[in-house]
Design a binder for this molecule. Structure first.
Ligand code: ACO
Length: 428
């Protein structure tokens, strides 16, 4: 028998259906709440609110489980390629060899960006943060492909827009870095795979040969897979809400990039390294910084710790921690920041404050150390996250547009002044 939730309000009883997902997650469906009772719910930060049903990603924060389309993240990170995972997220199934070949071929064909866009890059100051540049550039793509403005034009047109964006994001990302360095842009090399091509555009120079290190490109492949989707997080919810107004893919993803930029979300990977550097510069006294993080009068937080949904461990952090040790060893990197990170983790994990609040290292805690070992500049860390998250954002946008979801428009409880009469400025 299906469950019913009962609400008693002012002596009346109202009934609401309970819906259940395929992993037995339950929700009280309050779609009819306001119509029936005149009341709304308040849930700041949407801590208890499901904004949609979705068949893309399942995560269980208590058990530390993360699945893309039913497949455990551990298996995908170990065995799959990033574009294979992108196909899985966007089209809902693992591709056959022929499907994957055709997907890769289409993406490879679209890696160039319009030459006119180079002028946009050149107009940015050298110290422009690459996330600001990336968000603007992605939105600008819509001006070069006006046919993308109608997201529901045809399935073929939608696929073309999706493939273009997947193909061009690494080019735009690498060029935002080259521009900051005032180095010449490197064009994509289409005989390279997705990760190697990005590394080529980041690190090659016209004056010398650059050979992509397979250790580095395989580490990048793993990191991008681990970031590829994470259900209704801040940036993904942003993409879905913006897209719900039938805004095009490029503008919706640009909004997602802006949401990701914040230090409480994707920007945390940059903040982690900056925090570790600050601790090292300050003499490496980890206990002192843990005390600061616990002090309610101090705004300092341990960056890379805590998560809205993972309250036991972040399965991505577990994989990354192992990968981090392997990569540093293979590359022969001995980073003193890693020692501080490990000490910080040990101290925090044994501390009552962190234990009682279920604060554990999240995916960003170790990813920054790997990116640093791969010679990715700190300001590019969140850009790397955006490249990884792109297939998830696209899959969520596609699901939302195809599910005919209504425009995202929450309500509020008004707490401002009431019934004032306008007073002319001379009398105020
Ligand atoms: N350091 C110290 N204390 C913390 C931390 C932290 N990193 N994170 C949470 N807390 C404390 C809060 O002060 C609060 O304490 P209180 O109950 O005594 O008031 C309690 O733990 C709960 O914290 P909230 O902020 O209410 O938890 P919320 O779920 O809203 O926030 C968040 C989650 C934003 C990730 C938070 O843990 C944080 O700021 N972490 C640091 C930034 C970070 O690493 N972000 C990356 C997240 S992963 C990602 O986006 C990919």
């Amino acid at each position: 028998m299906s469950e019913i939730a009962k609400l008693e309000l002012n002596g009346q009883t109202y009934e609401f259906p309970v819906i259940e997902g395929t992993e037995n997650e339950k929700a009280i469906d309050i779609s009819a709440l306001r119509a029936q009772t005149g009341y709304i719910t308040i849930d700041q930060g949407f801590k208890n609110t499901g904004s949609c049903t979705s068949a893309i990603t399942f995560l269980d924060g208590e058990e530390g489980i993360l699945h893309y389309r039913g497949y455990p993240i551990e298996q995908l990170a170990e065995k799959a390629s990033f574009l294979e995972v992108a196909y899985l997220l966007i089209y809902g199934k693992l591709p056959t060899q022929a499907e994957l070949d055709s997907f890769i071929n289409s993406i490879t064909k679209h890696t160039l960006v319009h030459e006119d866009m180079k002028q946009f890059f050149e107009a940015y100051p050298a110290k422009a943060h690459p996330m600001g540049v990336l968000a603007s550039m992605v939105c600008s793509l819509s001006t070069f492909y006006p046919e993308s403005l109608d997201p529901n034009r045809s399935p073929e047109a939608k696929d073309l827009t999706i493939h273009r964006l997947l193909a061009k994001l690494p080019t735009l990302a690498a060029w935002s870095y080259k521009n900051a360095m005032r180095h010449p842009f490197m064009y994509p090399k289409n005989d390279l795979d997705y990760c190697s091509n990005f590394l080529h555009m980041m690190f090659a120079m016209p004056t010398e040969d650059y050979k992509v290190d397979p250790v580095i490109s395989s580490a990048l492949n793993k990191l991008l897979i681990l970031h590829a989707d994470h259900e209704q997080n801040c940036s993904t919810s942003t993409v879905r809400v913006v897209g719900s107004s039938q805004s095009n893919l490029y503008s919706s993803i640009s909004a997602g990039i802006s949401a990701l930029w914040g230090p409480l979300h994707g920007g945390a990977n940059q903040e982690v390294i900056e925090m570790l550097e600050k601790i090292a510069k300050d003499g490496g006294d980890v206990d002192k910084w843990v005390l600061k993080a616990k002090d309610k009068n101090d705004s300092f937080r341990l960056m890379g710790f805590g998560h809205r949904v993972y309250k036991n461990f972040d399965p991505r952090a577990k994989i990354i921690k192992v990968a981090c040790d392997e990569i540093l060893e293979k590359l022969g990197v001995n980073d003193p920041l890693l020692a501080i990170a490990k000490k910080l983790e040990t101290v925090a994990l044994e501390d009552e404050y962190f234990k009682s609040r279920n604060l554990y290292p999240n995916v960003d805690f170790y990813s920054g150390i790997i990116y640093k070992a791969l010679n990715i500049p700190t300001e590019m860390f969140t850009v790397m996250f955006a490249i990884g998250r792109l297939p998830g954002w696209i899959a969520q946008w596609k699901e939302m547009t195809e599910g005919n979801e209504p425009i995202g428009r929450p309500r509020q409880i008004y707490t401002g002044a009431t019934n004032l009469n306008y007073v002319e400025i001379s009398k105020r």
